[in-house]
Design a protein. Sequence first.
Length: 264
Amino acid sequence: MDAVEPRRDRMVLRLGAQVDLREAPSLPERYRQRATQAIGRLGSVFLCPDAGAVWCKLSRGLNGQVWPPTIKRVDARTLPMNDRQTPTPPPDAIELHPRMRVECRDGDVGRLEGIVLATASGAADALLVRVRTALENVVASPLDPLAALIPEQGQLLMVPPEWAKAAETLTHAFGAAHALRIEASAAQVAHSLHLRDDGDLTQDVYAILGKSPALAPYLNEFRVDVHDGVVRLSGPSLSPRLRASLEQDIWHVPGVLAIRSDLA
């Protein structure tokens, strides 16, 4: 059994990517009954910002007799992320789409890549925003409010979900374009927490392992895998006390969202 702290445990859900919502403990049991019901491509997320309530809309291509053969039939399902929510999102929920433009009070911030979910509660913990690049081409002077984002260009930032205020869809000749408006300044966005690079986080976790004299005899037996801030440990059998101490040390590494332990 994983020795994690449920209040801190979080997971990244990337819009447009394949997800398995069964990994979220808060998912209502009725959606776990069929193996494929909670698995699919995350087409969009419905969010009630003030409460942090989340509904995930999954789609999955199905084989079937459709014509012409190049058309793929799609099955879509919308799942609430905890038992306290209604089965379907309310009319005022904001629908979040893959790669939708994010605009703050000062202008275009970047693109939405997903959400960070608090797995114990099933509530949104953050919105995952990729800051736009080439800001030097649009920022005329250091006094421009968007100048605060220049050091964060290309970074993934975790902004509070309660900043989300409204979404709009613009239809043009090439399809629909989605935009999310957030109630924040560029400076506030720039001061948001980073979703750290998996490689950097892996190095920091190994460094933590190397600093413990108690773990020195086992150091070559450990394996650390990190994906979107989730640290998975595998390796030797440890005493419960040493294992708890190790995981507490890892929680102190900035950027860790969850710990999964496969220690023998």
